[in-house]
Design a protein around this ligand. Structure first.
Ligand code: SAH
Ligand code: SF4
Length: 424
């Protein structure tokens, strides 16, 4: 989501006549688009911003802007701590960047754009997209779920869906520009449509996007398990362009921890949804997010997460140590866990999943899969890289001119994090 926000920021600069520089030394303006989902991301930003102090000394005309969730979270405190910052704007105020670019050279004033922006979801922003084959389309902004660990509802504001016709227009334009795959983006795509005047929902939106000529694949992230409906399963069954992959964050296998997290489902309910998905869509790839060491997570609770991983056998996971975030409910929970235990649990989760992912990759050896060719492989320029419908990376020898095409590939060998195959 942040990468896509950066594309919007770059789009606005580009429309104002700015070029993107590969070297920060040559830049007139440097924008740091920040993430505050975990402490580690924050630390990275602060060390980067620290380095820019020198850059500003060398070039007093340099303008420094801080965008994204840390900007929203810290607000004008950043001006106090880092007096060389010129502009601060939150993820819900990217549209205000244009005004700053226009006005700042005259005023030279330090400004901020952090207020709630209730009509942001109706704005049409220029976007400078990376790549030419696949791309993202925002379908909603913000989040109302308030999971106890998560900063997103505080930094990205209330949930708002973009009007259907705006999404349609954007996808039509992308198709005409030659993009083959779109990923519909939101914190909780299954609640798409809530609050819109028109009556619509996520399966309805999928169907609309499916009808757009030129789009060959449709993906979506992220789905909250509590909002996953039978309607979504039916839509994926009916709409061949929608890929059989779902990212469905579980977070923990323990009902006690799930309740403390305010996730509003228990493991059994989650598992029922997985069973329905696999029944309705045999072979669907399912990936998830896991947090280790949430406050109060006992050894037994942690074991429930390990059991869940063995029980469900996800195709892949993203696992994180619980990280304390400002404003969130989890801060005041009892039983915060030592860093060492969090790390130890994280490595146990990662090791278990490594073995499962490898086993799952092994299972597709010999099969023929449809692959959308995305680019030349980063590690071997003779090879091409693409993804299966289940979002698995496949490398194979091929012709660069085929980038952007859907082809059949026979999977010859499973690697830990990718597949190797040959074109058939
Ligand atoms: N809206 C998405 C997730 C967005 S954040 C969803 O609900 O699925 C992506 C992932 O980061 C989350 O699923 C969670 O696993 C992780 N995460 C969020 N806040 C965290 C925190 N404070 N500590 C550790 N991991 C966190
Ligand atoms: Fe964060 Fe939960 Fe919203 Fe996802 S659903 S963004 S984890 S609050």
């Amino acid at each position: 989501m942040n990468v896509h926000d950066s594309e919007k920021i770059a789009g606005i600069f580009s429309e104002s006549g700015y070029d993107q520089s590969e070297e920060s030394k040559k830049a007139d303006v440097i924008v740091l688009n920040t993430c505050s989902i975990r402490q580690k991301a924050e630390q990275k930003f602060y060390s980067e911003l620290g380095r820019l102090k020198e850059a500003k000394k060398h070039n007093p005309d340099l303008k420094i802007a801080v965008a994204g969730c840390i900007a929203q979270q810290e607000g004008s405190k950043l001006f106090k701590k880092f007096p060389y910052v010129d502009f601060i704007f939150g993820p819900d105020n990217i549209d205000n960047l244009q005004k700053w670019i226009t006005n700042n050279p005259e005023t030279g004033k330090r400004t901020e754009a952090l207020k709630a922006n209730p009509s942001y979801h109706t704005k049409e922003l220029p976007i400078k997209r990376e790549g030419r084959v696949k791309t993202w389309v925002s379908i909603m902004y913000g989040c109302d779920n308030f999971c106890a660990y998560c900063v997103v509802p505080f930094t990205r504001g209330r949930e708002r869906s973009r009007p259907k016709r705006d999404i349609q227009k954007e996808v039509e334009r992308l198709a005409s520009e030659g993009f083959k795959e779109v990923t519909l983006l939101g914190q909780n795509v299954n609640s798409y449509g809530k609050g819109l005047n028109e009556k619509t929902d996520f399966p309805d939106l999928l169907s609309l996007v499916h009808g757009i000529e030129g789009v060959e694949r449709i993906r979506f992230v992220t789905s909250h398990p509590k909002d996953l409906s039978e309607g979504l399963i039916t839509a994926i069954q009916k709409l061949p362009k929608v890929c059989e992959h779902i990212h469905l964050p579980l977070q923990s296998g323990s009902d006690k921890v799930l309740t403390m997290m305010n996730r509003r489902y228990i493991y059994e309910e989650y598992k029922e949804k997985i069973d329905k998905l696999r029944e309705g869509l045999p072979g669907i790839a399912i990936t998830t997010d896991i947090i280790t060491g949430f406050p109060g997570e006992s050894d037994d609770d942690f074991q429930c997460t390990m059991d869940a991983l063995s029980d469900i056998e996800f195709d892949g996971i993203f696992a994180f140590k619980y990280s304390k975030r400002p404003n969130t409910m989890a801060l005041s929970l009892p039983g915060h866990i030592d860093e060492e235990i969090k790390s130890e649990r994280l490595s146990r989760v990662s090791n278990l999943q490594e073995a499962i992912t490898y086993k799952k990759n092994k299972a597709v050896e010999g099969e023929i899969h449809e692959v959308l060719i995305e680019s030349v492989s980063e590690t071997d320029s003779d090879k091409l890289t693409g993804r299966t419908r289940g979002n698995k990376v496949v490398n194979f020898y091929g012709d660069e001119r085929d980038i952007g095409r859907l082809i059949k590939v026979k999977i010859l060998e499973a690697k830990r994090h990718s597949l190797y195959g040959e074109r058939v």
